[in-house]
Design a binder for this molecule. Sequence first.
Ligand SMILES: CC(C)(COP(=O)(O)OP(=O)(O)OC[C@H]1O[C@@H](n2cnc3c(N)ncnc32)[C@H](O)[C@@H]1OP(=O)(O)O)[C@@H](O)C(=O)NCCC(=O)NCCS
Length: 143
Amino acid sequence: MLEETIISHLIRPEDLQHHGTLFAGRMAEWFVETCFIAACRLTGKPEDIVCVQIHGMNFRKPAGNGDILEIRSKVAYLSRTSITVHGRAYINLIKVPAVSGMITFVTVNKETRPYAHGMVLPEEYIAENREIYQEAIKIRTSR
Ligand SMILES: CC(C)(COP(=O)(O)OP(=O)(O)OC[C@H]1O[C@@H](n2cnc3c(N)ncnc32)[C@H](O)[C@@H]1OP(=O)(O)O)[C@@H](O)C(=O)NCCC(=O)NCCS
């Protein structure tokens, strides 16, 4: 399944750091989780997915107590054993993302050895998501 994964969180006092804004660690946890779910939904085998790299998360706007954070994730690129997922987070439905980034997961067997997942992105999906597809290729080639 290649549909966008969307998860919302209400930010509470326990999610804040000493500046009174959302703690990056909490944001990172929610962000990884939402991207992980996108990879799991694609393969249907959550037990076979591990994270190999968080390519970068850009925090552009702070979120505060009582804000609603919506995290959206989408598969950006597939290679032989890897699945790269793009994530974005929005505060109170403001259209400009407050956070964005890419995460790569790998399909592994019980011995944690990578195996080929055998999936490819349909051409139509690539065309509809060209921006994140190209961003993922750029990240991959710069490794
Ligand atoms: C993920 C893991 C199995 C990969 O093992 P590996 O020996 O590097 O495997 P490979 O070199 O065959 O690479 C497997 C895939 O990962 C990709 N990969 C490896 N290192 C990567 C990196 N730093 N960034 C992005 N992709 C990476 C490779 O390109 C390959 O993808 P492809 O087959 O689609 O081209 C191994 O690194 C591991 O077990 N890591 C720990 C995972 C984990 O515990 N995650 C939770 C973190 S708390």
